[in-house]
Design a protein around this ligand. Structure first.
Ligand SMILES: Nc1ncnc2c1ncn2[C@@H]1O[C@H](COP(=O)(O)OP(=O)(O)OP(=O)(O)O)[C@@H](O)[C@H]1O
Ligand SMILES: [Mg+2]
Length: 409
């Protein structure tokens, strides 16, 4: 595709200040003492590693650093002197991109610590002093992608979570929820989020977030062999610092032939770079919706309290029945209270669906209209819809489970 034709406004920036794409480093190291810093610097020089940088600083500094730039492919951090190294690594994982290979340097020769770090998903733990051969082995292994060997044979790369948002009927609010959830996770939970509007004809994710579509999604769906990191970066539009939107506004008279490989080929690189890949799912029947529901780790099903919605939710059930062990359904009731007394009660809804309602979002046109007028996300301001989306975000982030989950791996 012709990238020169893409609108420049709000396109993902490529300047180093934002640390996106081309400026993403291959290797970044932060070492707490001069001798270690020099040893790594020397090793990087000898190995002639391009696109790398070595800095002085402890892990807290790395956390601050990664809040403003993109994570490198491989990262070295130093936990020497830290009383709670594992806690620090968990904090790092909150800001670090999912697919990053993390090597921890420390001064404690402690098998228990090694195990805990590996369990948290780091690729390797090495103890000072940092010798040349030790560093060369570790770096070669991390950068050549066979880090699993140093990490004791487990695949350490964590991938982002795919969240599919599907409405049970038209206008139920699926797009509003997908867009605002994505905005909330990116801005209030400092996660890197990719929001993909798979409704290529009528999708209005970009409109909801007041963005200009960059184009490229059609190519992605028709020619998945063209998908790579650079291609995606140019096709995605940036909203704020961490929310990237992939959307299209295709002409209705030109049918798009979706390649069956498109979805898996698209999700693979996205899951490596984003903590969440949120899909706004069109309701058209076909192979795509089947693939989406299968690929999604979290399926957010949006319904309202109408008979139509319940009937269609029951029809959709075969897509979200019997989730796999690594899948979860989250049932959202939107527009609650819209019809007053004629609303079907939540109790009846739950019973008919055979599913509990996880999150209820009130019908509140005032906040929706105010956000639209301001050209902003609803969740950028406080209000009843924001509170409910916040609850939904907590469901996804899994507040109570966060300490137990593996972070990088
Ligand atoms: N909780 C709510 N309170 C008031 N209005 C809402 C609420 N949720 C969504 N809306 C409004 O309802 C309309 C439809 O919402 P939206 O486009 O998100 O639905 P959808 O399910 O994605 O629809 P489509 O089937 O067209 O894709 C929009 O104008 C939106 O602003
Ligand atoms: Mg929609």
């Amino acid at each position: 595709m012709n990238f020169a034709a893409l609108p420049t406004a709000k396109r993902a920036p490529s300047d180093a200040a934002h640390g996106t794409g081309a400026s993403r480093e291959r290797f970044t190291a932060f070492l707490a003492d001069e001798a270690s810093e020099q040893a790594v610097r020397q090793c990087v020089l000898e190995m002639a590693l391009p696109n790398s940088s070595v800095h002085r600083g402890n892990i807290a500094r790395v956390v601050t650093h990664l809040q403003s730039v993109r994570s490198p492919t491989a990262l070295m951090v130093d936990v020497s002197g830290s009383e709670l190294p594992v806690t620090e690594i968990h904090k790092l994982a909150e800001v670090c991109e999912p697919g990053v290979s993390v090597v921890v340097v420390g001064d404690r020769n402690d098998v228990g610590l090694y195990r805990n770090l590996v369990r948290a998903g780091v690729a390797d733990y090495i103890v000072k002093p940092l010798t040349r051969s030790l560093l060369q082995n570790v770096l070669t292994s991390q950068l050549e992608g066979n880090a699993a060997v140093t990490a004791g044979g487990f695949a350490h790369q964590k991938l982002g979570t795919v969240v599919a948002v599907v409405g049970t009927r038209g206008g139920v609010g699926a797009t509003t929820i997908a867009a605002n959830l994505a905005w909330y996770l990116a801005n209030n939970e400092t996660r890197r989020v990719a929001l993909v509007d798979l409704d290529i004809y009528y999708g209005d994710v970009a409109l909801t977030l007041n963005l200009k579509v960059a184009g490229g999604l059609r190519e992605v769906l028709e020619n998945p062999t063209r998908i790579d990191e650079l291609f995606l970066e140019r096709a995605m539009v940036l909203s704020g610092k961490r929310l990237y939107v992939l959307a299209a506004e295709e002409r209705l008279d030109v049918p798009v032939r979706i390649d069956p490989e498109a979805l898996p080929t698209l999700l693979e690189p996205l899951r490596k770079q984003y903590h969440y890949v949120i899909l706004d799912v069109p309701r058209q029947p076909g192979a795509l919706i089947e693939q989406i529901m299968e690929a999604a780790g979290i399926r957010v099903i949006v319904a309202d309290q109408t008979a139509h919605s319940i009937r269609d939710a029951v029809r959709l059930r075969r897509f979200f029945d019997a989730p796999q062990a690594n899948q979860r359904n989250v049932i959202v009731l939107n527009r609650s209270g819209e019809l007053g007394k004629t609303d079907i009660s939540q109790k009846v809804m739950s019973e008919t669906l055979g599913l509990a309602i996880d999150v209820t979002i009130p019908y509140h046109p005032k906040s929706i209209i105010a956000a639209a007028n301001a050209g902003n996300a609803v969740v950028a301001s406080k209000g009843p819809v924001t509170t409910a989306i916040q609850e939904l975000a907590s469901e996804l982030v899994g507040r109570r489970e966060v300490k137990r989950r593996r972070l990088f791996g």
